[in-house]
Design a protein around this ligand. Sequence first.
Ligand SMILES: C[C@](O)(CO)[C@H](O)COP(=O)(O)OP(=O)(O)OC[C@H]1O[C@@H](n2ccc(N)nc2=O)[C@H](O)[C@@H]1O
Ligand SMILES: Nc1ncnc2c1ncn2[C@@H]1O[C@H](COP(=O)(O)OP(=O)(O)OP(=O)(O)O)[C@@H](O)[C@H]1O
Length: 294
Amino acid sequence: MFSREMLQAAPAKINLALHVVGQRKDGYHELESLMVFAEIGDELRAVPAENDSLAITGPFGTGLTAGPNNLVLRAVAGFRERWPSIAPGPMAFTLAKNLPVAAGLGGGSADAAAALRLLRDASSGEVPLDGLLDLAAQIGADVPACLVSAPLLARGAGEILEPLQSFPKASVVLVNPLIEVPTGEVFRKLLSRDNPPLPALPEAMDRPVQLALWLTETRNDLQPPAMELVPQIGAITERIAGSPGCMLARMSGSGATVFGVFGSSAQAHQAAHELRALWPDYWVAAAPLIQPEA
Ligand SMILES: C[C@](O)(CO)[C@H](O)COP(=O)(O)OP(=O)(O)OC[C@H]1O[C@@H](n2ccc(N)nc2=O)[C@H](O)[C@@H]1O
Ligand SMILES: Nc1ncnc2c1ncn2[C@@H]1O[C@H](COP(=O)(O)OP(=O)(O)OP(=O)(O)O)[C@@H](O)[C@H]1O
């Protein structure tokens, strides 16, 4: 049980590679994606209260409503419905929204996953991991991966997860032109739903050069349709790719955020500094990637 303030990080998700390999009968697309998470994101806090409530702060909090459709409260409601006897008492949640919304960084999914982890930790009994993952998948395709928040391969619609044992130390630069992109619209613009799968990963991938080589054989199949909606993605990708030390520049998820991967944190920060000067109105961030759990 909990009596003090609890805190959960909601790290940004990055699809280093995303192949669309099929479509299910219910319309959802089958994906293969190498997903990683950055040490930057939203933050969810909770204290005991008379009723469940949500307040939103932070630079990207203004456009979001804190009603029952917010992914945090949907996760809370889903958890209470599934585990009523062990769920903690009501809580006042505060979400610091540091990530841009509808940006391909899985911000809302990360918030939902943070709420699920927080409730699990505050519960009075054991919450089964498979049940938590199942609930996560009902909330959104990216929520199961965000529960893990460490390098992983995702398959299906995002519910089949294979965490990686090793991953090289790397940092990313993230650039978003502050144009929201609805995920469903990008999937609808896809020309082919039946693309080649991801190449096999090397047995151990602990050196940046191995990652860089593997990534050259991969794509984000959602980048061409997203670029129809937001043409700036093309110029941003080119400019990041030209930054010293950048091993790959590509769009994440359904966009419009473009990432650059760097083996060195200093080079990532230097690139961010230059990109901020070039595009003062865009959101630009640099952060290390979260490593696999030991
Ligand atoms: C594109 C990714 O960001 C890759 O990580 C995710 O698959 C999207 O995850 P998400 O934002 O949690 O997606 P959801 O909120 O579940 O779905 C939003 C919409 O995207 C489309 N969608 C999403 C995921 C998927 N595998 N196939 C789809 O066709 C559906 O039209 C759906 O209505
Ligand atoms: N807590 C939340 N944070 C962000 N968006 C939320 C939240 N709750 C509900 N939403 C809604 O979810 C939609 C998707 O937002 P989100 O930031 O998760 O998208 P995204 O980064 O593009 O995700 P993905 O990478 O999965 O495509 C938005 O249109 C927003 O209105």
